[in-house]
Design a binder for this molecule. Structure first.
Ligand code: URP
Ligand code: ZN
Ligand code: ZN
Ligand code: ZN
Length: 473
């Protein structure tokens, strides 16, 4: 056949195999993988390059308003452009319900935000902050049926947190209707108590964010989330796991045969609590929850990435600007740590950091890199094998990666709309070169060449991984 595009001479890497082959695209899908494929209307030479399924970012925040008045710097255009330039071809941001709003209205609102803007494909997770009887009985099941097959539950943050009873109600909906429940596991009352003590002692600087949510706050909530999943008898995914004590809880549950999945993020691989110190407010740039820990915890995160306790690596891109009264400086240059919007940007640096720190430094294999950053997130959220795979018939979402290019990360080179990166000055080896989305070249020579609005909304299937174990009833 005549191909629309042939990618030649590259090294293909999937979650299971690394091999030399050409790859042919017809009609936006992968049509052939083999040696010496026939001609393509467009020919791309990938000699010396890796050819991999494009990244699937299973956790990022785009154009998500917050109740404290802070603003998301990235909308669906700048956020997806930055993602694409970083080798990601599918993003799953959140449609967040605020209290008093119907979940369906939240979804409609987020579709309006995304329409005409995204340059790559996207799905939505839901965030449930107000689990009314109407939501539990009708709205959520209907939305799951319509292709919103995952939702996030917060155990902390005053405007989002749910109590254990509410979490159990939601988990039983996940079980019955087939959805993946994602849980933000930190103990809200522990954090509140610690925060008040720190503030009373005059400790308001960014560094005290870390003291307000030490590891045990996460460990306790992780254990409780697991216990609730056991009680409701349904798989869950623990998001943004930061270190050893939480990993131990997850590993313990997995050892008992429970389906507990876990996500970590680049910030827990390369940042530490020390990055919250800095001059003046500088530390605010690295405030996220859970906070970055220490070197020993980074090592535990890498062990769990290599060993299998973790299933996915996401960015948790939370685009708050630094020098901005709608961002980290919400209450001026002395904003107390508990008012600084939480989260760090990283939608573009996710693959480069995982590749360089992981594959290049010998901590994880290339196959494991693809699995963690693309294949598993696609499976976790019901997008596989359409996404996350180099298989015949899969969408031709492909990143052609230069594994040897040396890059010093600076904010100036990134395409997000945030005025800083927590990774300024970090040296990485390897960077995405060319990115295809449904067969169309969307990034070439480091620049995004895609039209806003070409990205399509994806309805997610029931995630296989969310199914209770066979034999349970
Ligand atoms: O600090 C973080 N992670 N902010 C983003 C929102 C969330 O909890 O994921
Ligand atoms: Zn969270
Ligand atoms: Zn220090
Ligand atoms: Zn998040």
């Amino acid at each position: 056949p005549q191909f629309d595009t042939v990618i030649r001479n590259g090294t293909l890497a999937t979650a299971s195999d690394v091999f030399a082959a050409d790859l042919g695209v017809i009609g936006g899908r992968i049509a052939a993988i083999g040696a010496g494929l026939g001609p393509g209307t467009r020919e791309i030479d990938a000699a010396g390059r890796l050819v991999m399924p494009g990244g699937v970012d299973g956790h990022c925040h785009l154009d998500q308003p917050t109740s404290d008045g802070s603003q998301s710097a990235d909308d669906f255009e700048t956020g997806t452009r930055s993602a694409a330039c970083g080798g990601t071809t599918t993003v799953i941001p959140f449609a967040c319900q605020f209290k008093g709003q119907s979940l369906r209205d939240a979804v409609t609102d987020y579709h309006r935000r995304a329409d005409g803007k995204a340059v790559i494909d996207y799905a939505f997770h839901l965030i449930v902050s107000d689990p009314t009887d109407q939501l539990l009985g009708q709205d959520l099941p209907a939305l799951i049926h319509d292709g919103y097959t995952s939702f996030k539950i917060y155990m902390t943050y005053d405007d989002m947190k749910l109590n254990d009873r509410q979490v159990l109600e939601l988990l039983s909906v996940a079980r019955r209707d087939g959805a993946m429940a994602m849980i933000h596991a930190e103990n809200a009352d522990f954090i509140g108590w610690l925060t008040d003590r720190l503030l009373a002692a005059g400790h308001t600087a960014p560094r005290y964010h870390a003291d307000s949510r030490p590891m045990l706050v996460e460990r306790e909530a992780t254990h409780r989330a697991i216990a609730m999943a056991e009680l409701a008898d349904v798989p869950i995914l623990i998001v943004h796991v930061s270190g050893r004590e939480a990993i131990e809880q997850i590993h313990w549950a997995q050892g008992r045969g429970m389906r507990i999945y876990a996500e970590t993020c680049p910030q827990y691989m390369v940042l530490t609590e020390h990055d919250l110190h800095g001059h003046g407010m500088e530390g605010a740039k690295c405030i996220c929850s859970p906070p970055p820990r220490d070197k020993a915890n980074q090592a535990a995160v890498w062990d769990a990435l290599a060993g299998g306790t973790f299933h996915i690596v996401s960015s948790d891109h939370a685009p708050f600007r630094y020098q901005d009264p709608k961002g980290k400086m919400l209450h001026g240059a002395d904003t107390p740590f508990n008012w600084i919007p939480n989260g760090v940007p990283g939608i573009e640096t996710r693959l480069p950091i995982l590749f360089s720190e992981g594959v290049k430094k010998g901590r994880i294999s290339l196959q494991r890199f693809v699995e963690l950053s693309s294949t598993n997130p696609a499976k976790m959220y019901g997008l596989h094998p359409r996404k996350g795979s180099l298989a015949i018939g899969a969408d031709a979402d492909i990143v052609i990666y230069d594994p040897d290019r040396k890059v010093t990360i600076t904010n100036a080179m990134l395409h997000h709309n945030v005025d800083y990166t927590p990774y300024e000055g970090l040296e990485v080896t390897g960077w995405p070169e060319t990115v295809l989305s449904r067969g169309e070249v969307v990034v070439e020579g480091g620049a995004c060449v895609a039209q806003p609005g070409r990205g399509a909304f994806l309805r997610c299937d029931t995630p296989d991984l969310a199914r209770p174990k066979v034999g349970a009833d």
